[in-house]
Design a protein around this ligand. Structure first.
Ligand code: ADP
Length: 270
């Protein structure tokens, strides 16, 4: 009897171990698959500008005695090279964000400063596209995180809002804090996103058809960078949108108390 009991217990234990190991394996397979997909998507995306540059270089060669043509091809080569540079930069950024063991510099981050910097980095673009950036909401809110990564995330949302908006429209950047979280919302009056696309726009390299025709330089990586950046901060991204009415992307982050500042020392009056 005793022996049977022991062997039953052992088999239950092995079963549990087996389940644990199996679960770990599927998780590893899933990660492996994700990496594989990333690499194949990425190589595919990089091939397009590389192919264009190759063709244009050949075209320059055959047009050698027509200076106008040569200049035209050269400027297209430099545009493609710029796109290639932007693409590789974004891909590296994204893969760094996804490497969970990467240590980022986490500290107390003032949302006011994040929003200011994100707006500033888009000011020239907004101006040239005739879009007004309107800032509003709560001030003096803090989160724990990496300021640079958060600036880039909010900046990407603002850049999209500008790119997918008509001239003379407004983009709102609003901040709201409650007991536990800070919401940063970017709202536009632009082309909007269909319901079917709303589920997919956070995927790497995904671009809605309308977007392709509107913003030719897009990479389809901006929103997946936003998503990963926000997840790394224990937050989430929400999207509300209606075609032809506009979109609101909201980044929600866990809130912390305002950090205690060293009281400023006043010079003694003599
Ligand atoms: P990109 O803008 O470079 O194409 P993103 O990853 O930033 O790539 O966005 C993915 C897609 O989501 C865009 O191609 C576009 O279809 C859609 N999208 C993102 N932001 C907006 C917006 N504010 N308004 C309408 N569509 C948007």
């Amino acid at each position: 009897g005793q022996e049977r009991l022991i062997s039953a217990r052992i088999s239950r234990l092995t079963e549990r171990w087996f389940l644990l190991i199996a679960r770990d394996l599927t998780e590893q397979e899933r990660l492996q698959q994700m990496r594989q997909d990333f690499i194949s998507n990425t190589s595919h995306e990089l091939k397009t500008p590389v192919g264009a540059i190759t063709l244009l270089a050949e075209a320059i060669d055959t047009a050698a005695d027509e200076p106008e043509e040569v200049r035209r091809f050269a400027s297209r080569i430099s545009a493609e090279a710029e796109r290639l540079g932007q693409l590789t930069g974004r891909i590296m950024h994204l893969s760094r964000l996804q490497a969970t063991d990467e240590l980022t510099t986490f500290g107390d981050v003032a949302i006011d400063e994040v929003v200011t910097a994100a707006i500033e980095s888009n000011a020239v673009q907004a101006d040239s596209e005739g879009v007004e950036l309107v800032r509003g909401g709560d001030r003096g809110l803090y989160v724990r995180g990496d300021a640079q990564i958060l600036i880039e995330a909010v900046g990407n949302l603002i850049a999209n809002a500008i790119a997918y908006s008509p001239r003379n429209s407004r983009v709102g950047i609003g901040v709201r804090g409650d007991g536990e979280a800070v919401d940063i919302a970017v709202t536009d009056q632009g082309i909007g996103i269909s319901e079917a696309d709303q589920e997919r726009v956070f995927e790497r390299f995904y671009r809605a058809d309308q977007a392709r025709s509107r913003r030719t330089g897009g990479t389809g990586l901006g929103l997946s960078i936003v998503k990963h950046a926000v997840y790394r901060h224990g937050g989430e991204v929400k999207l509300w949108s209606q075609p032809d009415r506009g979109s609101t992307f909201t980044i929600r982050l866990p809130r912390i108390e305002a950090p205690v500042r060293e009281p400023e020392r006043r010079p003694k009056s003599s």
